[in-house]
Write a protein that binds this ligand. Structure first.
Ligand SMILES: NC(=O)c1ccc[n+]([C@@H]2O[C@H](COP(=O)([O-])OP(=O)(O)OC[C@H]3O[C@@H](n4cnc5c(N)ncnc54)[C@H](OP(=O)(O)O)[C@@H]3O)[C@@H](O)[C@H]2O)c1
Length: 498
């Protein structure tokens, strides 16, 4: 069994050797010894922690021998600290900083510093410290790293974390977007490896079960199947698969439900609470529970990314969060639903009524058999909620959005508007929290046609920035998901630099 023992040694030479003796005599495999020479217990002794593998039957003998040598065993128990990570701190690392850091990690109850060393080259020269941290699980390692990053910011230290060589990804949902994700991860394998990211898709789950492959699923094989019914290697599904499979990141692409957020909400909670990053294209969980999910991610030291939920492949959330960082975002207005935009475009171009344009869109697969979610403005309103909560800190619900869809728009109204130099577009507006057919000047960069999406971002420093792009599509949506995955691992490295 793997045992962790806290001993107290007298502050005299030869004590450590004396303590090691009974373990060696009883063929214990010593995994680590942490000898805190610079710390004293309340009884003025030096604390030492041994982690050993040894036969359960030998424990009594070792204890008795230690006692005979005048060494007290303060605590002994099965070792719960099963994960480890090494970190280097660089800057002006002081003894007191290090002591404080060790205390913060040790006082969590789920992690502890098992090895620490400080190197100082000169009084005004940068110093560096090495820490090895052990914790009770992957999620706890992430939380401990989050504490170290906080320390880094507070004490202006560079926190250098280990590169994650294999990033194990689990995919949940295997429909249009799920197939795109498998395809894109497979196509971009080499490019990602060249960037230092060895992404391994180790599981794919749909409603029929899960395909698990430690060395990565066979993309060619599963791409030929619409569902996993004939390929599933286990019947595990949903939350059970997410919590059980040992992945670092979960891509959640099940159907959107903006009333209760399920099944995606449960999937995302299971992933975040077990210390896994989440990337999603599923609006439902974010519309229903954005702030709770964000807090869950923060509490577990992981990230949640959702670029694909608004505007598909069109960069919007990352553009605001990263490229426009430092700007105040005054507002965002745009076309966030390709189906509505296609219908309005065709009605304007051909002078055809709404019902004709809708059935044309349904024949082309642009509109669903039940189009109400799109044409009533529900989908656009969900995106307004996500933008308001994530980029404007508004903490709003779906019912806070004033929504009018496009079903009442006539070809005559479109023709009249056009004659006066306007297009009629379904525009979502934050922070106004409205979704409604709106007059947009014909030359405006957001007045895009067909299935395109667009967004005007109003800022205090950069003026108005406009983006357009495809709001849907298997590969296009998967592209936004890939961008989010890469940005999670890039952010982790940038955190390490600043
Ligand atoms: N399609 C796009 O272009 C696009 C663009 C942006 C965002 N999105 C969003 O991305 C998500 C996925 O879209 P999609 O078009 O790929 O939808 P989809 O084709 O309907 O695929 C959803 C997949 O999830 C599976 N699923 C349902 N319940 C599940 C559960 N409990 N556990 C595991 N898998 C489950 C479905 O299986 P069954 O089909 O057998 O039920 C299906 O394989 C949606 O939330 C959508 O709103 C889509």
């Amino acid at each position: 069994m793997r045992l962790s023992m806290d001993l107290e040694l007298q502050d005299i030479p030869g004590q450590l050797l004396l303590a090691l003796q009974p373990f060696g005599d009883n063929k214990a495999n010593i995994i680590s010894v942490v000898h805190h020479r610079d710390r004293k217990t309340p009884r003025g002794m030096i604390p030492v922690r041994f982690v050993v593998e040894m036969d359960r039957s030998k424990i009594e003998t070792v204890n008795a021998k230690l006692k005979e040598s005048g060494i007290s065993v303060v605590r002994a128990g099965e070792d719960r600290l099963i994960e480890a990570v090494s970190v280097v701190l660089v800057g002006h690392v002081l003894h007191s900083d290090l002591g404080d850091t060790v205390n913060r990690i040790d006082s969590t109850g789920f992690a502890e510093v098992m090895d620490v060393s400080l190197t100082m080259t000169g009084v005004d020269e940068p110093s560096s410290a090495y820490l090895k941290i052990r914790a009770t699980g992957k999620a706890e390692i992430q939380k401990a790293l989050a504490i170290l990053r906080e320390v880094g910011v507070e004490k202006k230290l560079l926190v250098i974390e280990p590169i994650e060589r294999d990033i194990k990804v689990s995919l949940v949902g295997y429909g249009i977007v799920g197939h795109g994700v498998v395809d894109v991860l497979n196509r971009k394998k080499k490019m990602l490896r060249d960037m230092g990211l060895n992404l391994k898709l180790i599981s794919v789950t749909d409603h029929t079960g899960t395909v698990v492959a430690e060395d990565g699923v066979d993309a060619e094989k599963i791409l030929g199947e619409r569902t996993l019914a004939n390929l599933a290697t286990t019947s595990m599904k949903g939350k059970e698969a997410i919590s059980t499979i040992d992945s670092d990141l979960v891509v959640e692409v099940t159907p959107t439900n903006i009333v209760h957020g399920q099944p995606g909400l449960g999937h995302m909670e299971a992933a975040l609470s077990s210390g896994k990053h989440v990337v999603t294209s599923n609006k439902g969980p974010l519309v229903v529970s954005y702030s709770r999910l964000k807090k869950l991610a923060e509490d577990n030291g992981v990230m949640m990314k959702f670029e694909a939920t608004v505007g598909g492949t069109m960069p919007l959330i990352s553009l605001v969060e990263r490229t426009l960082v430092g700007n105040n975002i005054l507002g965002i207005r745009g076309i966030f639903n390709g189906t509505c935009n296609y219908i309005l475009t065709r009605m304007t171009e051909e002078g055809i009524p709404y019902t004709h344009a809708l059935s044309e869109a349904q024949d082309l697969g642009i509109a669903e058999a039940d189009p109400s979610y799109d044409v009533e403005g529900v989908d656009t309103a969900g995106k307004v909620v996500i933008l308001a909560n994530s980029l404007f800190n508004m903490n709003i619900k779906y019912s806070d959005v004033d929504v009018t869809g496009i079903t009442g728009v006539t070809p005559e109204a479109l023709a009249l508007a056009k004659k006066r130099g306007y297009a009629i577009k379904l525009i979502g507006d934050v922070p106004a929290l409205t979704v409604r057919p709106t007059l947009v000047p014909l030359g405006s960069p957001i007045a895009v046609s067909g299935t395109l999406n667009s967004a005007a971002i109003y800022t205090d420093l950069s003026g108005t920035i406009t983006v357009t792009g495809l709001g849907a599509g298997s590969i296009e949506t998967a592209s936004a998901i890939l961008t989010d995955i890469v940005s999670i691992y890039r952010t982790k490295r940038i955190d390490a630099i600043f």
